[in-house]
Every structure is written in structure tokens, then in C-alpha cells.
Design a protein around this ligand. Structure first.
Ligand SMILES: [Zn+2]
Ligand SMILES: [Zn+2]
Length: 150
């Protein structure tokens, strides 16, 4: 006989409602479906794009409301499989998405005010910068996890 606990699926983490945008305000976005967990990506591309590790939450693209009336949002194809979104007016680094993905990774630092989100892990720690140490107790993955920014 199977232990019912084995069949129990974990409760999905409750989604977060938040608004955010770039430094100058030309690119604004909001959703009620942000993932509450933030992953800090230490890969060299995130560090160059953001100036430091990339703090990503994620949201289904279909659930994101984008307000970019000036057409300021630009996309940079950073690899064969991914592109990164930023504001062409103020330079804020905002988004990461894998080509053809239905998910958009959003830099949590661009969200307004208190987010209620929690950083849960570090990824691509093998390529982190040598100018800082990771001093928390969160899991550190040498490379990516299931669907990491890269
Ligand atoms: Zn801007
Ligand atoms: Zn990265």
C-alpha cells in the first residue's frame, strides 16, 4: 500500500502581484503571476548585463502586461538561445528569455517597493566574480538549474 504522503503533490508557491519598470519609467510592466522565488545567477553574461549577479523571478509571458508607449524596450540577442531586454533610454537591464520560451525572467530589482519575494538559490556559481563572496546559506549550483538564465 502506498503512503498517501508519497502521492501528495507539493503546494504550488503562491504567485506574487507586482509592478515594476526601468529607471526612467519609459518601460513599465505588471503581473499577478510572478514566481515568489528569486534565483541569483552569477554567470558572466548576467554579471555584465546587470553589473552584478542577475536576480531573477519569472512570469508566464501571457500573464505580463507591458506598457512601453515610447517603444523604449530593446532586445539584445546574448546567445543563440536567449535574449535580454533593456530600456533603450535609461539602460536599465530588465528581462531574460530563452528563445521560444513561454516564460519571461524578470530582474527582481526592477520591481517597485516591497515584493514579498525570497531569494532561494545561487546558480552558475562556478563562473561568479572573484570580487565578492556568497555568505548566505542558500544552495549554490555550479551551473544552471532547470531553466536558468544563461
Ligand atoms: Zn528607462
Ligand atoms: Zn546568468
Amino acid at each position: 500500500m502506498t503512503d498517501p504522503a508519497d502521492a501528495r503533490t507539493p503546494e504550488p508557491a503562491p504567485a506574487i502581484e507586482a509592478k515594476g519598470g526601468c529607471l526612467c519609467g519609459a518601460v513599465r510592466f505588471e503581473s499577478n503571476a510572478f514566481h515568489p522565488h528569486v534565483t541569483l545567477c552569477h554567470c558572466s553574461m548576467c554579471r555584465k548585463f546587470h553589473g552584478h549577479a542577475g536576480p531573477y523571478t519569472t512570469v508566464p509571458i501571457s500573464r505580463l502586461v507591458l506598457n512601453d508607449s515610447q517603444g523604449a524596450l530593446r532586445w539584445y540577442r546574448s546567445s543563440a538561445s536567449a535574449e535580454r531586454g533593456f530600456c533603450g533610454l535609461c539602460g536599465s537591464s530588465l528581462f531574460f528569455r530563452s528563445i521560444n520560451s513561454t516564460q519571461l525572467d524578470v530582474a527582481a530589482g526592477c520591481l517597485d517597493g516591497l515584493t514579498g519575494m525570497t531569494t532561494v538559490k545561487h546558480i552558475f556559481v562556478a563562473s561568479k566574480g572573484d570580487y565578492y563572496e556568497i555568505t548566505d546559506e542558500l544552495p549554490q549550483l555550479p551551473q544552471g538549474s532547470d531553466d536558468p538564465p544563461a
